[in-house]
Write a protein that binds this ligand. Sequence first.
Ligand code: KIV
Length: 276
Amino acid sequence: MFDLYTMKENKEKIAWLTSYDFPTAQFAQAACMDMILVGDSLGMCVYGYKGTVPVTMDQCIVHCEAVRRGAPDVVVVGDMPFLSYQASDEQAVMEAGRFLKEADVDAIKLEGGVRITSRISAITDAGINVIGHIGLTPQSSGQLGGHKAQGRTAEAAKLVVEDALAVQEAGAKMLLVEAVPPEVTRYIWETLDIPVMSIGAGPYCDGQLLIVSDLIGQFQAFTPKFVKKYCNVAEVITNAMKEYVSEVKNGSFPDDQKYCYPMVAGEEKKFIELMK
Ligand code: KIV
């Protein structure tokens, strides 16, 4: 985790990606990813929920365990799901602690600014690295009027900056800013001491986060404006499956040589005799 501070000092950008499973985590480590977020976006990307609200701590822990096994050398961040920290500071500490005890993560992330500073302080005081998340915070998208960019007017931008300052003041080790204009992110980046990361909040910061299912073209429901698709696995996988279906139907897969286990030489004749 603290290598990330050195990266900030050296002006080296931090690459951060979500991951929810063992193989994708292995790919991320092989790609020299600096950080992995086991985001509650797994609700949409893995479970097919409409949003992140139904996601539970138990689901997050299971996915964090798999990711940790796949990427033992990458900074792994557990994302606190809805209602795992909203009730009280004590609840927040206990649930954040589960991520460390059960899934060996390096840090946890939680959504909110001014209104959750006591949670950030309580978790930090328990010795856990906290990453704040402000701007568009999907768990409260109902209150924000949907999945909409935040801080686009001067007044709204001031509120985002107040959230950023509050998160740092409360003890967070890093801040993630989501779907906020680049001008506002830049102000925050130039004002805060902790690393500032962006997802859909422009280039003026210490690094970027993307959702793996967007980056690889796997998530089909919608694509936010800030997403760059680096490949289209949905197409690759669907085409492979179509080819398989067609080969099974027309009998060309498998033939009796390739993709089969032949009998030991001479045994077929004996087998036919035996079965008479
Ligand atoms: O759950 C997640 O992947 C997130 C990102 C949208 C920032 O919190």
